[in-house]
Design a protein. Structure first.
Ligand code: SF4
Length: 570
């Protein structure tokens, strides 16, 4: 049964912050941490069977801010099952929720009206035989597997801060409940709890709150290349049967993006009557003019895509930022008392547009490290560092190494990126030279690293309510919801609001948050007084605003547990 710390564990809390002791705590209930928890339980079970006189029985908890497992998970997605097959070889018999197998790959270059298929899909871009999945459904299923294995899963619970004592992480704090919008306790106020642990595993996805704090406190990324980010916006549609064959997987580049902006679209036929359609747009604070939501709407208007969606209806909408810097942008993934897994560590292969399998593998490697620590009863930084070595010796590292120059090749635009990628595929030795030259440049140029952004889509773009939708209309299909009477979780200091948001940012960029946020959280209001209105209850927790804000004045903090999107097909 899924727990809520709010109900079952905090009932006794009145004045003193509650403190609960676990051996291992996982912050985030995505594929990385769920795979990790399952793997750890498997290793312990096998050990106990083989060593009945020296059994291990650690307490393990997974904390997730969604109102149910999978509620905040979203991806395309074509799923490479390599890691899952290692974790649960009988995943098909266990009713893992898989959609159609990819039967045909297509890569299309789009102009405004036409499409041109790449004649032969290069090997690294092929997906034939892999299943299509909803990550949210996969996460929900994995959570069930974890609970069946004896893991405690606390949904509706936000991890807001690592507990750091004597230079070492020893657990996390969960968020308060029942504060009003001014920060005053309401009658049902419950203070957040301390979850203390020997090892804390951080797998909160992209730009996680704890991961960001630990990166800063422990300089985890001091030696790595700057990270790159994109925002993916996705819709799932019910369509007329026969419009496309189940299992077709299309990837596109070109329209509606100008050549200097990195990104592209996808269309996956999940079944004969359901498709996932989405668009990825590069985001960065140096040139924040992107509008990922609008790019998806324009993409759907392209004749090749519109023909598939014609007469259909949108079932779900969502958005998520993506890390795409690849291997060179992965910093240290361990530290005193903690390990970092999945996209919190940057485990995503942008060349293959896949990260679920890498996230799962990183979690499994973390589990093996923790298991060794349990066996030795040694949770020192040195022991946890073995995770780094395990990662370097894994197929996940090899895969990321082979694709390490892909995303950065597009830093100077589409055509140079295509040329460089083509050359690297034909002459793999070139990758080494590219890495060397880029690393020198990246370190010299930090933080001005990402693709120049530009949004030259038609300014007169109007949604039609059938094929294309406004952000407000889309939000109805995301299920996003928050307790309204709570402190705003998107924080802008009042002085910076006046000086930056209503001054410099308005002049220099025209308040790009009003465009790059895919949920219309930010709106510039002219009267009676000019102000930037923030509607936090719309938030999809995609993290784009913290990554694309040109002045870094927006701080995303976790709202009350259970708030946010309610993805079921994400
Ligand atoms: Fe994403 Fe929420 Fe920020 Fe909007 S306010 S960009 S939905 S995280």
């Amino acid at each position: 049964m899924r727990h809520s710390l709010t109900i079952e564990k905090r009932a006794a809390v009145k004045e003193k912050r509650e403190s609960l002791d676990f051996d291992i705590v996982f912050a985030g209930g995505g594929p990385a941490n769920l795979a990790s928890a399952i793997r750890l339980k498997q290793l312990i079970t096998r050990h106990n069977e083989q060593n009945p006189s020296k059994t291990l029985d650690p307490t393990i908890a997974v904390v997730d801010k969604g109102r149910h497992a999978g509620a905040h998970l979203l991806s395309g997605a074509v799923f490479d099952t390599k890691a899952l097959a290692e974790l649960l070889p009988d995943f098909v018999d266990r009713d893992c929720p898989l959609d159609a197998l990819v039967s045909r790959d297509k890569i299309l270059f789009l102009t405004a009206k036409k499409s041109f298929a790449v004649p032969t899909v290069p090997e690294p871009f092929r997906n034939s035989g892999y299943p299509l999945v909803s990550l949210s459904r996969l996460g929900y299923w994995m959570a069930g597997e974890a609970e069946n294995a004896g893991i405690e899963l606390f949904t509706n619970t936000t991890a807001i801060k690592p507990i750091i004592e004597n230079g070492s992480v020893c657990g996390l704090l969960t968020g308060d409940l029942g504060l009003d919008r001014f920060g005053n306790p309401k009658p049902d106020y419950l203070e957040g709890a301390e979850l203390r642990a020997k090892v804390t595993v951080i797998g909160e996805g992209v730009a996680g709150t704890l991961a960001t704090e630990l990166q800063n406190d422990f300089s985890l990324c001091a030696q790595s290349a700057p990270q790159h980010y994109e925002t993916g916006v996705k819709e799932v549609w019910k369509i007329a049967e026969g419009a496309i064959d189940a299992g077709e997987a299309w990837h596109t580049f070109g329209y509606p993006l100008p050549p200097e902006t990195y990104g592209g679209g996808w269309l996956y036929a999940l079944s004969p009557s359901e498709v996932s359609v989405g668009f990825v747009t590069a985001i960065c604070p140096q040139a924040p003019e992107a509008d990922p939501h609008k790019n998806l709407q324009l993409f759907k208007q392209h004749p090749s895509i519109a023909a598939i969606l014609k007469g259909g209806s949108m079932l779900e909408y969502g958005a998520k930022a993506i890390t795409s810097g690849g291997l060179d942008a992965i910093g240290r993934i361990s530290g005193p008392g903690f390990l970092v897994t999945g996209e919190s560590a940057g485990m995503l292969n942008m060349q293959r547009l896949k990260g679920i399998h890498l996230a799962m593998k990183s979690g499994m490697l973390a589990a093996e490290t923790i298991f060794e620590a349990l066996l030795r009863d040694d949770f020192s930084e040195r022991t946890l560092q073995d995770y780094e070595e395990r990662f370097r010796n894994s197929w996940a590292y090899d895969e990321l190494h082979a694709a390490r120059n892909f995303r950065q090749a597009f830093d100077k635009g589409l055509y140079q990126g295509l040329l460089q990628t083509g050359m690297q595929l034909k002459f793999p030795g070139l990758s080494l030279a590219s890495t060397f030259l880029r690393k020198k440049k990246d370190h010299a140029a930090r933080p001005h690293h990402a693709t120049k952004q530009k949004n030259d889509s038609p300014p007169q773009f109007m949604t039609d309510g059938e094929l294309t939708f406004s952000k407000e209309e889309c939000l109805f299909r995301s299920g996003t919801m928050h307790e309204e009477n709570q402190p705003c979780h998107l924080r802008i200091n009042p002085a910076e609001m006046a000086e930056i948001c209503l001054g410099r940012c308005r002049e220099e960029h025209g308040n790009p948050c009003t465009r790059f946020c895919p949920a219309n959280v930010y709106a510039f209001i002219k009267t009676p007084e000019p102000t930037l209105r923030i509607s936090p209850s719309n938030c999809l927790h995609c993290k784009t605003c913290t990554l694309a804000d040109p002045y870094g004045v927006i701080t995303w903090t976790p709202p009350e547990g259970g708030g946010g999107p309610d993805y079921k097909l994400g």
